[in-house]
Design a protein around this ligand. Sequence first.
Ligand SMILES: *Cc1c(COP(=O)(O)O)cnc(C)c1O
Length: 379
Amino acid sequence: MPGYEVIGKEEQHSINKIFKNANGIMFRHGFENLRNNQFLVNEFENKFKKKFDSKYSLAVTSGTAALRVAIASLDLQKDDEIITQSFTFVATVEAIIESRCKPICTEIDDSYNMCPNDLIKKISDKTKAVIVVHMLGQPANLKKIKQICKKYKLILIEDTAWGIGGRFQKKFLGTVGDIGTFSFDFAKTITTGEGGMILFKKKKNYLAAKAWHDHGHENNPKLNRWEDSRKISGFNFRMSELIAAVGLVQLKKFDKIFNRHEVNKKKILNEIKSYKNYFLPKNPKFSKPAAEALILNLHSKKKALKFRRLLLRYKISTKILPEATTWHFAGEWEHIKIKNKKFPNTRKLLDSSVAIPIFFKMKNNFPKIIKNIIESLNN
Ligand SMILES: *Cc1c(COP(=O)(O)O)cnc(C)c1O
């Protein structure tokens, strides 16, 4: 569960430093004399890319903005197609539409993420990029998806809003494809209230994104900002110093949060391991999830709904599954135009699944509660 479980004095203190050390300068650029050389957004970008082994990083205002800016860095044409998965958050599809491209969605497979076979079926000569999502921290099948992207010359973006800290073949999720996007909204592993980050493999994409998210500014060191050079128009998705101040502290807490989530997820798994009435998502070979949630497939919609009902008695809600497909399953989006809205395999998997939230401050009796519910499903 989110960094808001571990937010407090340190973050508050970090914000105060903007006023104490930097004369209240909240803009990420300029004011060198007034700010005593304190550039928190720069520092957040640098520490983030170092932590997750990437060459280039760009801080933005949200995970949704991260997706929009990532697409803007690709130089696509109107009506180019971008393929994402049908089990996602609506933001991936919104970012494609806002980029004047066409969203295409695939089925998911037993990884609970993009089905590589369906991806191949949905590639057309208009397809330019793929946005794979590591939903609820579960790693997508990056090996096959990467091979497919290579073969068809498609850019691979990883929406890592849930997958932060997870791994694939020793690499961090978000650094396997060409671009990785991250979210720091209030429900994510580390939070700044609102915020996002993008990691890039190629300098070319980084520079294009950096300019586009800042009205096209190239931030030429030889020029004043009001006379700055530019080649493209853009928009404003710049992060402020206030957000970075919180982000820097949350990033420091990241390992502790990530590890505790893993331990707590294992405690629940241990408690229920002797039961045979559920199965787990399949982790692709050599991958490691971020323990943001525990997905259990209970074989039927009835059982999934019963599980949720029983958990709610303890005033704990399941997380996205089975109840929140309104926002997370393309098969339900009547307000958005997507070609081929039928995803029978995905619907079947989602309908019979529950996602149990993993808390940082998990109550000692929580694994037992889950065990009792699993047990009572057989009655
Ligand atoms: C949260 C989330 C986003 C959007 O991030 P925001 O910071 O809320 O804009 C994008 N994709 C996925 C999969 C998410 O879960």
